[in-house]
Every structure is written in structure tokens, then in C-alpha cells.
Ligand binder design. Structure first.
Ligand SMILES: C[S@@+](CC[C@H](N)C(=O)[O-])C[C@H]1O[C@@H](n2cnc3c(N)ncnc32)[C@H](O)[C@@H]1O
Length: 246
């Protein structure tokens, strides 16, 4: 593979990363190092040009550097873990409501067979679609612009659910009904008091409840002075996992 016009390129220099589409007007200027279209086209991933390492981006980089965000998103550190905790695989159907900018859906859709997704606000419904189309993602997602509370679904349809709305409590019984027996539940909430309310409401409906948070502390990559970076994203949300009980 070599980079061609229209490709996405990740340019890495030191701790900085830039995600760009390689158009004829492409240029990147950093401290007098000017990269232009001609410097990149035809190069192979891993080549270093004027101090920039040229790479194909991963999904994490696409989400963090490429997605337009108008809502809080689920950070990849959380969504990658959630995807595996939900037990997603090609034979599984995931329900997700509260799609927002479409970041978490983009992760889940990579592992799940299909995702049925619901977003109530038209602005965010359009934004999620735009983000996915720009990066060729989420071809197995059925996204609807509707309030999940009025969606009619068969009982026992889903292998897993991810809920990312301000208050998941009013939806718990409906979620329980549309899940298969023993199916996986996950949600993310920003405060501990919301988590307390949720786990109280889950009693009798769900078992194997777990609450955790993921602390992601990147290091300065200097082998002689290896230590954490000065700044980090200290809090994103608390993750709640459970399984449907009968
Ligand atoms: C924090 S955002 C979701 C972010 C998303 N998970 C991501 O990673 O980009 C929450 C979203 O839930 C949507 N929402 C809230 N109540 C909803 C409902 N009843 N049905 C569908 N979507 C809802 C909001 O409009 C908002 O876009």
C-alpha cells in the first residue's frame, strides 16, 4: 500500500499527531517543516518525511482526531473496553440509544454483527451519519432519528445493549424486555449518585452488576526519564455492566 490522493493519513511527530485527508491542496506546516501533497503521495506507511512518520490511522485516532463532536463522546479507552465486556461478535445484535456524535457506535459496529441505534435529536442524528460517512464506518448500523421511549421492538431481540442517555432509569424495564435472557447491559454515567440510582433500579431485573472506571494515564515516551505526562483526562464516566436476570 502507498498513500494516494483521497487517503487518510496520520502524521506523527514527537507527541503530536495530525489526521489529514490527502488532497492536492494538502499542506502541514510545523515549525518551518512544510509538508505538501507531493511529499506524501506514493509514500508507504511507516516512511518518515521531514520528521513526520506517515501512517494509516486506527479507529481510535479517527474518533479522537477526525470526528466532529457536538456532544460528549465515549472515549475509546472506555468504548473499546465496553465492546469486549458486552461480548460483541459477528453473530450478535446490539441495541444502542443515545448515539450523539456516533463515537461509541463506531467502535461497537466493528465487533457486532449489527447495531440498532436510536438518537432523538435530529442535529446529532445527522452528525453521527456525517462522521460515519466521512470515514466509511458503521455500514452494519440501522440508525433512526427517534426517541427510544416510543420505539416498538419485539421482546428478546438483542444480545446486548449500550445506554448513553442522561437518565437511563425510565428505560430500564423496556430494555429488560427487548434483551435476550442473560444478555449484556452497559451504560456510562458521569456521577456516582447517578450510578447509585441506576443500580438500585436494576435490582430484580439484572444480575452480575459491576461498576468501574478506567483511568488512562499516558506517559512521556523518554526511556531515560520515563514518567506520566503532566496533563491527563482525569474523568470521563463510570461504567456500569450487568446481565439480564429472569
Ligand atoms: C452523551 S450523548 C451520546 C454520545 C455517544 N455515545 C458518543 O460516543 O458519541 C447522549 C445522546 O443521547 C441522546 N438521547 C437522550 N435521550 C434519548 C432518547 N430518549 N432516545 C434517543 N436518544 C436520546 C441525546 O440527544 C444525546 O445525543
Amino acid at each position: 500500500m502507498s498513500f494516494q490522493e483521497g487517503d487518510l493519513v496520520l502524521l506523527v511527530t514527537g507527541e503530536r499527531k495530525y489526521l489529514k485527508r490527502l488532497g492536492r491542496d494538502f499542506s502541514l506546516n510545523l515549525r518551518d517543516r512544510l509538508l505538501k501533497f507531493e511529499d506524501v503521495v506514493g509514500r508507504k506507511p511507516g516512511e518518515v518525511v521531514k520528521g513526520f512518520c506517515l501512517l494509516e490511522p486506527t479507529l481510535e485516532e479517527v474518533i479522537l482526531l477526525g470526528f466532529e463532536r457536538k456532544t460528549q463522546i465515549v472515549y475509546p479507552k472506555d468504548s473499546f473496553y465496553i465492546a469486549f465486556k458486552l461480548g460483541l461478535s459477528v453473530g450478535k445484535r446490539l441495541l444502542e440509544f443515545g448515539v450523539g456524535s456516533g463515537a461509541s457506535t463506531a467502535v461497537f459496529s466493528q465487533l457486532a454483527g449489527e447495531v440498532w441505534a436510536y438518537e432523538v435529536r435530529e442535529e446529532f442524528y445527522r452528525l453521527a451519519r456525517k462522521n460515519w460517512e466521512r470515514f466509511g464506518l458503521c455500514k452494519n448500523v440501522r440508525l433512526e432519528n427517534v426517541d427510544f421511549s416510543i420505539v416498538e421492538l419485539e421482546e428478546g431481540l438483542f444480545d446486548a445493549v449500550f445506554v448513553d442517555v442522561k437518565d437511563p432509569l425510565p428505560f430500564l424495564e423496556k430494555v429488560w424486555k427487548v434483551l435476550k435472557a442473560g444478555a449484556s447491559f452497559a451504560s456510562i454515567l458521569p456521577t456516582t449518585n447517578q450510578v447509585s440510582s441506576l443500580i438500585k433500579s436494576m435490582e430484580g431485573l439484572f444480575c452480575d452488576v459491576e461498576v468501574l472506571e478506567i483511568l488512562h494515564r499516558p506517559y512521556k515516551v523518554n526511556p531515560d526519564r520515563l514518567r506520566p505526562r503532566d496533563l491527563m483526562t482525569a474523568h470521563t464516566g463510570y461504567l456500569v455492566f450487568a446481565r439480564k436476570s429472569m
